[in-house]
Design a protein around this ligand. Structure first.
Ligand code: NAD
Length: 260
């Protein structure tokens, strides 16, 4: 379905982003990976995608908290791919503390990586999308883009912000073949969440698996984690012709969390 399209997935060296990159490659899209990690492991991931799906996979190590590195990454996509047809803004970090204890540098980093980076990639990707009158922008927001939890001020602010950004981009491109949508996952058991599970296990002096079960059951009526692959297939759907008239929306994949 996506043969000949070029996708950039930020924060795709692990977790949800990697699953989204694989899901798009599974539909024939060439993909540019981005994110941090061990150079050898990232190269194995890149080669693995090329081999498994028969597509071209590139990697940019751009630090998305730095606008000049984002510009370099987008230039690489323009030079090597001719531009980004499918932009998935997914890179994200988490930090938990009460507002009055929230370290200023953590606030700045979360807003820069989880929100501002999407503004930069979007503004740099849109001219190519407008020229060809087709494009897909998919932003990984969160259930925390719709509702709040204590101790997550920066994350919740950034995720509510990215849903707002998505809506504006959707309106500004409404008469074109470009769509912009957010996906709002509930709990997905990735590295980002594993840290929160371990902290909960230590705090309550309980085994990690019990802490995981408690964590998911607190929020998901389904009492079950969402998988990265389910988010990957949601992104594929948003890139399909069936979603041509879906724009500016937020799709919850959260086991019923935000239905309550
Ligand atoms: P993860 O930690 O596995 O992945 C985060 C990715 O972002 C990694 O590839 C990491 O290298 C990259 N990254 C971090 N800082 C970066 C930077 N400065 N520059 C470039 N890349 C950077 O976590 P995940 O759970 O897969 O998170 C992916 C996205 O999904 C995030 O935006 C997160 O907020 C969102 N999300 C996660 C959950 C969940 O339960 N896991 C729920 C809702 C939303």
């Amino acid at each position: 379905m996506l043969k000949g399209k070029h996708a950039l997935v930020t924060g795709s060296t692990s977790g949800i982003g990697l699953a989204m990159a694989k899901a798009l490659a599974g539909q024939g899209a060439n993909v540019m990976l981005n994110g941090f990690g061990d150079a050898g492991e990232i190269e194995q991931i890149r080669l693995g995608i090329e081999k498994e799906f028969g597509v071209k996979a590139l990697y940019s190590g751009a630090d998305l908290s730095k606008p000049d590195e984002i510009e370099e990454m987008m230039k690489m996509a323009a030079d090597d791919f001719g531009g980004v047809d499918i932009l998935i803004n997914n890179a994200g970090i988490q930090y938990t503390a009460l507002v009055e204890d929230f370290p200023v540098e953590k606030w700045d980093a979360i807003i820069a990586i989880n929100l501002t980076s999407a503004y930069h990639t979007t503004r740099l990707a849109l001219p190519h999308m407008k020229k060809q009158n087709w494009g897909r922008i998919v932003n990984t927001a969160s259930a925390h883009g719709l509702v709040a939890s204590p101790q997550k001020a920066a994350y919740v602010a950034a995720k509510h912000g990215i849903i707002g950004l998505t809506k504006v981009v959707a309106l500004e491109t409404a008469e074109t073949g470009i769509t912009a949508n957010s996906i709002c996952p509930g709990w997905v058991r990735t590295e980002l969440v594993e840290k929160q599970i371990k902290a909960r296990a230590e705090e309550n002096n309980i085994p990690v698996e019990e802490a995981a079960k408690n964590l998911v059951s607190d929020k998901h009526p389904s009492k079950t984690f969402v998988t990265p692959e389910q988010i990957g297939q949601t992104a594929v759907f948003l890139c399909s012709p069936a979603a041509d008239q879906m724009t500016g929306t937020s799709i919850s994949v959260d086991g019923g969390w935000t239905a309550q």
